[in-house]
Design a protein around this ligand. Sequence first.
Ligand code: NAD
Ligand code: 13P
Length: 348
Amino acid sequence: MTTEKVCIIGSGNWGSAIAKIIGRNVSKHAEFSTEVNMWVYEEQVNGRRLTEIINTDHINVKYLPGIKLPENVIAVPDVKAAAANATTLVFVLPHQFIGSICKQLKGTLPPNCKAISLIKGVSVNADGISMISDLISSELDIEVSTLSGANISSEVAEENFCETTIGYRIPEHGHLFKKLFHTEYFHVNIVPDVHGVEMCGALKNVVAIAAGIVDGLKLGNNSKAAIIRIGLMEMKKFSESFLEGVAVETFFESCGVADLTTTCYGGRNRKVAEAFVTTGKPFDVLEKEMLNGQKLQGTITAKEVNEFLSARGLADDFPLFTRVYQVCYENLPAKYITHDIEFVKTPG
Ligand code: NAD
Ligand code: 13P
């Protein structure tokens, strides 16, 4: 049996919460090497290097304060050094940084390397929308599974019960990743739908912005429920229209309706969008003021999705996604977020 050497690429709020799970699970299962490298984007915190704080105090004081990380998780500031000899890579960083990370890792990985992406986002290029898992896969020539679910990091880090979904193509990878992530409080379900799992995670962030706007406008619970329902319908329609092989059942997994619900009530995108309405400050200012270095994905994804839809003359077919884009980027007053957002069925 080969010993799997795991490397976590990313160490933000979610990266650190998942490092706690991975650090413990590699010690439990014989197929994993017990030491785990975690690539950390180096920065100074209270006059000390973040990597030094993590390796000495075993707490990521900036991105997940108050939570002890296992001592077998080693913070490494150089991504190539962190991933050297790794056979299993866990990508967990905001999607805007994935391109530069892949460039650094290209050509350095062993042939038996595989990966899983916990990133919630998509990438737009001249050909259209591509999935982050596909981008990693083509840049690094490795197979990439996906993990996404109703997983607000702070709650996972506190060990409160929740579920998550892993999408796989190769069944052995699905089973291996289940071993790496499943715990008694973090339940993993595996499904053969890499893109469906990933697309749910990316698009729910756009709906979360709409939910936050509705909260800022104090429209109440019924309006938010309507946003969630219409959002889910647009997520499903978008995935079915532009990706092959997405299974309808995936929308009923944790990555689908459950993540959409938690994110529209408890996520950062919701929180910042609410403040956008109540303070009138721009999103980039609020991101800096409210998130202490954590990143928003919903506004960027709304822009990427809109570019893709507009280029095909389809923006009106996804009125909720379009309204979110218009409020965030075209100065549409927030009160129009619910204007003409009736779900538009695909003809035929
Ligand atoms: P985060 O928003 O907490 O942290 C930002 C991270 O980006 C930090 O680790 C920071 O060091 C790093 N960074 C800053 N500038 C950088 C640069 N120039 N290059 C590279 N890295 C840089 O991150 P997160 O919460 O761990 O999110 C990672 C992914 O996980 C996202 O796609 C997110 O949507 C998803 N996710 C987050 C949660 C959550 O509750 N936080 C839950 C599930 C999934
Ligand atoms: P936010 O990035 O909006 O906090 O969403 C967290 C999340 O993805 C929970 O599953």
